[in-house]
Design a protein around this ligand. Structure first.
Ligand SMILES: Nc1ncnc2c1ncn2[C@@H]1O[C@H](COP(=O)(O)OP(=O)(O)OP(=O)(O)O)[C@@H](O)[C@H]1O
Ligand SMILES: [Mg+2]
Length: 294
């Protein structure tokens, strides 16, 4: 089982979209995938058609399970996760797609509890995932924006961290900050957790032939900040945002169109990087500013 956290401090840049479409792409290619929603906004759940509502469903929130575990109670993740493999029904060779869902009040309470207990409690999710390691090939974790005990918990749970940027300066700063945070996880967890930084996705991009100076500067800034951008950018595409309303990720709804193809390419590059040392990773070239249209 390989655990990938999708994280950046900046809000609204495409963490959730990347998480669910990457998870969907991996599942379409035959893998057994668990998407973990660690953001109290619970949008990853929405993206795969699960919304926890009503008191009877709170007990299926990851926030509830985390609280129980932190207080020394045993709760198995398999009793709360949702099997969403029906989304893959049309694909004969598909794997499986499960979701650990969350909900705001339980997740916020879990966040407070982890914060109170300090850094030594951040490996809590990792320990729970280790117990189910033989049931999944990939776990993809959606994280909240900003720095919090929940984002620290996600990084501690991860074998690999992917960050996300959009062609705007604050997004570059947020991704660089997250890349820096990854370096401290090992020390802060006394060596128990050691995530590897894997690269940055440029999301909401235009075709390179239409790039203005800001887009060129962001791409070059990603290279200069050693964010290791992937070769494939995810273009701005309404089909990606619309898919939230249908509870089916764009990589599934539009599997044979641009969203499916781009997320498929990104997935392959992520898997390739997992198998190679950073010095062998393929990254895009710097772009001359004169190449921009303005
Ligand atoms: N490539 C894209 N093309 C068009 N719309 C996109 C794209 N990527 C994301 N969006 C839209 O942008 C908005 C923010 O995306 P998303 O929710 O994935 O970001 P986020 O980083 O998870 O946000 P938050 O920090 O609030 O969790 C959503 O409405 C989403 O549908
Ligand atoms: Mg999100």
């Amino acid at each position: 089982m390989k655990v990938i956290a999708v994280a950046t401090q900046k809000g609204g840049v495409g963490k959730t979209s990347t998480t669910v479409n990457l998870g969907a792409g991996l599942a379409l290619s035959g893998a057994r995938v668990l998407v973990v929603d660690l953001d109290p906004q619970a949008q990853a759940g929405t993206a795969v058609g699960v919304n926890l509502a009503g008191e009877d469903q709170l007990a299926r929130s990851l926030g509830w399970v985390l609280q129980a575990r932190l207080q020394g109670m045993r709760m198995d993740l398999s009793t709360v996760w949702f099997d969403r493999s029906e989304l893959l029904a049309e694909w004969e060779d598909a794997g499986t797609l499960h979701l650990l869902a969350c909900e705001e009040s339980t997740m916020t309470a879990a966040q407070d509890l982890i914060h109170k207990k300090g850094f030594q409690s951040t490996p809590i999710l990792r320990r729970m995932l280790v117990e189910i390691a033989d049931q999944f090939d990939f776990v993809v974790i959606d994280t909240p924006p900003a720095v919090s005990s929940l984002s620290a918990t996600a990084l501690a749970a991860a074998d690999y961290v992917v960050t996300v940027c959009i062609p705007e300066y604050p997004a570059l700063k947020g991704a660089a900050a997250t890349r820096g945070t990854v370096r401290y996880v090992k020390d802060r967890t006394n060596g128990e957790c050691d995530p590897q930084y894997l690269g940055a996705v440029l999301n909401r991009s235009n075709p390179p032939s239409k790039w203005k100076s800001q887009e060129v500067n962001i791409r070059n800034g990603m290279l200069d900040a050693e964010l290791h951008p992937f070769m494939t950018d995810i273009r701005i595409d309404n089909r990606i945002s619309d898919s939230f309303a249908y509870g089916t990720p764009a990589a599934i709804r539009y599997a044979s169109h641009a969203p499916g193809k781009l997320y498929g390419q990104l997935m392959m590059q992520i898997i390739e990087r997992m198998q190679q040392p950073p010095e062998k990773w393929e990254t895009p070239e710097h772009i001359a500013l004169e190449a921009s249209v303005e």
